[in-house]
Write a protein that binds this ligand. Structure first.
Ligand code: NDP
Ligand code: 2IT
Length: 445
């Protein structure tokens, strides 16, 4: 494989899709040696087949707001690869959503899902709909209209969506309700469902818990532990919430949260009722984290900045893509940070990763460390198939074991001769091999 040639061709065919090209480049650079050492991959042209989605659905989503005005948004579902199982991946509702962002997320999901060891292919979807400031009824009408189209391509054994930015329990409920009405079936077609109607215990916390389990594994390798560490977290959504909960429970002190308006610094740490307040903030349909500082006197609000300027031992970016850049990475290194573990998808820029790895900081890519969310979605699918519910402890134990296994896979393929673990390379190779071998087995389809 000539990476530059593949990327040049890809750039021509997908002009301007910067996030998608960024995600592909990272994977290709990681797998180059393994790919070229196995000529059967090139003979079957695995790379060209892997970087082209199986299909892309784009559709109109008309909906009526509370004033009786008709609005139109764009909906998407990218079914990227189903070599190892039904398409699986979340739905994102955010005004920044476009084809490039969803293709990058769908592409990443292929390798992430492969790492979980569960049978799930890669997909992603969503809309440029902005849930902020919308009423409950507006959200419901939007979700129903979205599902009217989406339902044509999903199914419990075909494609199983879930949540992502802007899509939580409420949105999943509205979409599931419409799917059920349209198909006359109660199936495991969506994950992240309410606990009373087919959801799994621990799914709401799973992504964040998984990130912290993974962080602990990374620290153990270097003889460290998360206890008593100062942790900087970005975002204040679902993933950030689970991260703060588990990190605090394990004795770490989380001192930051962030939103599009800036970040809060809480010198006493975010614990107890403050963690519950995060849920209120997220549920408020507002775009801001500032009210946290109004509520708790131990906190101050820093407008328009990212939390990476705060002195911390561990940084856990949990908001969105490309939110931690080269400058941020340099600041973290200068301030003595020892570990950056991604909760969001691709939050660190390639330049930031280069700085962190050059300085031998423990660094894990989201596709490894945030895989606990989709893994628990996989466990929800299993429970739905069996028509039973596992107790909390069973789901949590399985999640924990899956995160340990992913960590071992990263070590297996990413440990360098100097002892440093390249988790990016490890995750990409481990995720790739399973999918590529499955594609070989199944012929040219
Ligand atoms: P939420 O909607 O619950 O929270 C997202 C958070 O990020 C909010 O605080 C949001 O603020 C902020 N945010 C979103 N876009 C931007 C932006 N452009 N600039 C600054 N801040 C922004 O989403 P999740 O917690 O579910 O997702 C967070 C990240 O984790 C995403 O990268 C997602 O893909 C990833 N992820 C999620 C999983 C899940 O199970 N939910 C699983 C694995 C990964 P605001 O809403 O105010 O804009
Ligand atoms: O990015 C992700 O892995 C998710 N948003 C979760 C996907 C899922 O299907 O649970």
């Amino acid at each position: 494989m000539n990476i530059q040639k593949v990327l040049n061709d890809l750039e021509k065919r997908n002009a301007g899709e910067t996030e998608f090209l960024q995600a592909v480049k990272e994977v290709l650079e990681s797998i180059e040696d393994v790919y070229n050492a196995n000529p059967q991959f090139e003979a079957a042209n695995i790379i060209e087949r892997l970087v082209e989605p199986d299909r892309v659905l784009m559709f109109k989503v008309p909906w009526m707001d509370d004033r009786g005005q008709v609005n139109v948004n764009r909906g998407y579902r990218i079914q990227f690869n189903n070599a190892i199982g039904p398409y699986k991946g979340g739905l994102r509702f955010h005004p920044s959503v476009n084809l490039s962002i969803l293709k990058f997320l769908g592409f990443e999901q292929i390798f992430k899902n492969s790492l979980t060891s569960l049978p799930m292919g890669g997909a992603k979807g969503g809309s440029d709909f902005n849930p902020k400031g919308k009423s409950n009824n507006e959200i419901m009408r939007f979700c129903q209209s979205f599902m009217l189209e989406l339902c044509r391509v999903i199914g419990a054994e075909t494609d199983v969506p879930a949540g992502d930015i802007g899509v939580g329990g409420r949105e999943i409920g509205f979409m599931y309700g419409m799917y059920k009405k349209l198909t006359h079936e109660h199936t495991g077609v969506i994950t992240g469902k309410g606990i009373d109607w087919g959801g799994s215990l621990v799914r709401p916390e799973a992504t964040g818990f998984g990130v912290v389990y993974f962080t602990s594994e990374m620290l153990t390798v270097s003889g460290e532990s998360i206890k008593d560490k100062i942790v900087a977290v970005s975002g204040f959504g679902n993933v950030a919430w689970g991260v703060v909960k588990k990190a605090t429970e394990l004795g770490a002190k989380v001192v930051t949260l962030s939103g599009p308006d800036g970040y809060i610094y809480d010198s006493e740490g975010i614990s107890g009722e403050k963690i519950d307040f995060m849920l209120e903030l997220r549920g408020s349909n507002d775009d801001i984290v500032r009210p946290y500082a109004d509520e708790f006197s131990s906190a101050k609000f820093i407008e328009g900045k990212h939390p990476w300027e705060v002195k911390c031992d561990i940084a856990l970016p949990c908001a969105t893509q490309n939110e931690l850049n080269q400058n941020d990475a340099e600041t973290l290194v200068r301030n003595g940070c020892i570990c950056v573990c991604e909760g969001a998808n691709m939050p660190s820029t390639p330049e930031a990763i280069e700085v962190l790895q050059r300085n031998k900081i423990l660094f894990s890519p989201g596709k490894a460390s945030n895989a606990g969310g989709v893994a628990t979605s996989g466990l929800e699918m299993t429970q739905n198939s069996m028509k039973l519910n596992w107790p909390r402890e069973e789901v949590d134990n399985r999640l924990h074991q899956i995160m340990r296994n992913i960590h071992s896979s990263c070590l297996k393929h990413g440990k360098r001769t100097d002892g440093y673990v390249d988790y990016v390379k490890g995750a990409n190779i481990a995720g790739f091999l399973k999918v590529a071998n499955a594609m070989l087995d199944q012929g040219v389809v």
